[in-house]
Design a protein around this ligand. Structure first.
Ligand code: ARG
Length: 401
């Protein structure tokens, strides 16, 4: 008898990917290898993996890639101040390429011919998975069961019952949630009407403004070469530092976003995010760049940051432009050294102070007091030349009118 071909399934333990194990066998004849990749979202991988085996996966693995995620992906996002449409810190979008990398590696190790993922046909994530797989392993087939089977949630539950698939009965699931260490995305339910205010109970990482402490909290973050290296004077691996800031910011109600976002597939969607550490770190990093980047570098970098965020969002992590932009960011981060003091209070985040041994801020140039060393006479000549084109134009214009 011919051995069944193998498929590696990006498995989360939820309803969709639990049903997919059986469905892939039934419809394609595949033996399914379930792979759950955790990026620090706090999921119970052991339980999910055991359940995958009971549901018929021939192999099932849980991979904890949180540290790799922080070191190889989030460090770059920090240097790039990566915010899609100036707001969303891209937690989900940054995580997908790393999940793809692990799926593709598992496919090679298990000699699988295909990869499956549980994305729908409406979102960005299908693009990130498909394009990522096509770039890293062009020979792998891609199957997206949820895009194909067109079952409603109720039909999936019936399918599970008919096929003795063990599912974790989560109460009437209202929202679609994706969480990792960089943040959490919440969609669906009553959020689909942009007029509705999010219910307080959807938040997992942040306290409400009402329940946040009356007194502010401060965090002093030290940066070296554009990356955070210490918190309140204590050197910390970036992973631990992100965890600590999620806690401090979250406790003070900092890190919530509620936005209408333009998806790659053309639709606008209402998204609620929590990203306490991400927003704190990007705010702090920018504050230090304000002090240390030469003016034209700073201005040009803003444009590059926007492009970078779009590439990440649009599933082009494995692209020459993304790599080239990272090289540009690296080259301008050498002097981004120093400290930023952040203040968290009742849902607000503020930069309370910044300092750098390589600061380009010169007190003698900026001050209005006696220490002033700015050449005031040079200003007059500078203005004469700077304004020359306009003063000449105005003269001419006057003659003509
Ligand atoms: N809109 C965000 C993005 O495209 C989040 C997607 C979250 N996915 C989910 N299954 N809830 O990156």
């Amino acid at each position: 008898m011919k051995m069944a071909e193998k498929i590696v399934l990006a498995y989360s333990g939820g309803l969709d990917t639990s049903v997919a194990i059986t469905w892939l066998k039934e419809n394609y004849g595949f033996d399914v290898i379930a792979v759950a990749v955790s990026l620090g979202g706090g999921e119970d991988m052991v339980e999910a993996i055991e359940r995958a085996r009971r549901n018929g996966a021939i192999e099932a693995y849980g991979i904890d890639a949180a540290v790799e995620f922080v070191d190889e992906y989030l460090s770059r996002a920090i240097k790039a101040n990566a915010l899609y449409e100036d707001k969303y810190p891209l937690a989900t979008a940054l995580g997908r390429p790393l999940i793809v990398k692990h799926l593709v590696e598992q496919a090679a190790a298990s000699q699988a011919v295909a990869v499956a993922h549980g994305c729908t046909g409406k979102g960005n994530d299908q693009v990130r998975f498909d394009v990522g797989i096509k770039t890293l392993a062009p020979d792998l087939k891609i199957v997206a069961p949820i895009r194909e089977w067109k079952m409603s949630r109720e039909e999936e539950i019936d399918y599970a019952a008919d096929h003795n698939i063990e599912i974790k009965v989560d109460k009437a699931k209202v929202y679609s949630i994706d969480a990792n260490i960089w943040g959490c995305a919440i969609e669906g339910g009553n959020l689909e009407d942009p007029w509705n205010e999010p219910n307080e109970d959807i938040y997992m990482m942040t306290a409400s403004v009402d329940s946040a402490p009356a007194e502010p909290s401060y965090a002093e973050i030290a940066f070296a070469g554009g990356l955070p290296v210490a918190l309140d004077g204590r050197a910390l691996p970036l992973h631990d530092l992100v965890l600590a800031l999620n806690e401090i910011a979250g406790r003070n109600g900092v890190g919530r976003l509620d936005m209408i976002e333009n998806r790659l597939v053309g639709i606008k969607s209402r998204e609620v995010y929590e990203a306490p550490a991400a927003l704190a770190l990007i705010t702090a990093h920018r504050a230090l760049e304000d002090l240390t980047l030469e003016r034209e570098v700073a201005r040009y970098k803003r444009q590059a940051e926007q492009k970078y965020a779009e590439l990440v969002y649009n599933g082009q992590w494995f692209s020459p432009l993304r790599t080239a932009l990272d090289a540009f960011f690296d080259s301008v981060q050498a002097n981004v050294n120093g400290d930023v003091r952040l203040r968290f209070h009742k849902g607000t985040l503020a930069v309370a102070g910044r300092r750098s041994p390589e600061s380009l801020y010169q007190y003698e140039l900026a001050t209005y007091d006696k220490a002033d060393a700015f050449d005031h006479d040079a200003a007059a000549g500078f203005i004469q030349l700077w304004g020359l084109p306009l003063t000449e134009w105005a003269k001419r214009h006057k003659e003509q009118s």
